[in-house]
Ligand binder design. Sequence first.
Ligand SMILES: Cc1cc2nc3c(=O)[nH]c(=O)nc-3n(C[C@H](O)[C@H](O)[C@H](O)COP(=O)(O)OP(=O)(O)OC[C@H]3O[C@@H](n4cnc5c(N)ncnc54)[C@H](O)[C@@H]3O)c2cc1C
Length: 376
Amino acid sequence: MDQANILIIGGGVIGCAIARAASARWQDVFLVEQFPRLGMATSTRNSGVNHSGIYYPKNSLKARLCVEGNRLTYEFCEKHNVPFRHCGKLVVAADSHEEPELTALKKRGEDNGVEGLRLVDAAEIRTREPHIKGTAALHVPSTGIVSAEELVHAYARVATNQGANLVTHAKVVSLEPSGNTIRVGLKIGGDADSQEEKIEARCVINAAGLYADEVAAMLGNHSWKIYPVRGEYCEVRGPRSSLINNLVYPLPHPDGLSLGVHFTKTLWGTFLLGPTATYVEGKDNYEKNRLPIAAFAQSAKTLLPEIEERDLQLGYTGLRPKLAGPTHKGGIVDFVIARDAKVPQAIHLVGMESPGLTAAPAVGNYVAQLVKQVLA
Ligand SMILES: Cc1cc2nc3c(=O)[nH]c(=O)nc-3n(C[C@H](O)[C@H](O)[C@H](O)COP(=O)(O)OP(=O)(O)OC[C@H]3O[C@@H](n4cnc5c(N)ncnc54)[C@H](O)[C@@H]3O)c2cc1C
């Protein structure tokens, strides 16, 4: 049976960033991904925003790892030629009733250590985004846009160069604790009749995204249930894409469901409108019952009155791995990053929704500290 020091389940941005951090410190690091390529799930179906950390409760993992991840992501992109734009964003109050919420957001951001936050008036909104209608806004200078796909592949490339083995078409089907190790059952090759292989790992890291609850359950841990919440986008191409210069957000959803349907000027010159937020059945349900374009146009008009239905085309969708079910009213739920209570040589990452893309390099370092305890 093959032996590994560390086996990471999941080749999304989180798994690849962990592989990079782990392979800088340890040998025999393996990452296994069930799909034919890395980053085919949530990690490349998002807004590609390098978030600042203004939204999350003070001292939460989301707040700490997002603020640190924002800085580390820019440094990494710069060093490894990943396309990005450090452009800042506006969170816009549509009317004066929303303005107190902007002040509260500014305070929360400052509590989290986000620098340079500034309330701006309608005149400054017009200077930055001439087509946006709002009474006031919060300017967030540290926010930016990155190429999510190239970021995933760059983390993977660095990990590989450091000696990690990243294997695609390799699905984890069983986990069996055995003394101080875990026996990992793998189906390799993607064929229905492919043989199961075993690999024995001293530390197993569950970075399985939407399936992290099911992977935890393979160890008998049923603490979590992941609810897929679909985010859908529309895209504006051609001359009308100049209606937006950078990033424009409404106020976030009060229940922590989403940051609100926003405008993102892409690195390829179009702009995206989205993502929406709808609980769906099925962890691969990207397309069933898509929202009509009219629904996007209608909601976008509040901040961008000039937008017309004919400007929009349906774009891609992504699924948020939510820990909060549809009846949840308690605000933002934090990331879970912890060793298994009964099988401490396993580390679970559950509920890695936004700002996971941003936080990934900080998550990698955080998990490396937990691995150090496991391998001690
Ligand atoms: C609509 C939307 C917009 C978002 N916008 C942003 C944003 O602008 N900025 C930001 O910071 N974050 C954003 N996010 C969040 C961000 O995309 C996620 O936090 C991040 O991609 C999660 O990465 P991951 O590696 O945990 O998950 P994934 O990318 O889903 O990777 C998990 C991988 O595990 C694999 N896997 C699962 N089970 C197994 C198994 N048994 N064996 C082998 N492999 C397995 C899967 O195939 C998958 O590739 C957004 C998310 C959504 C849905």
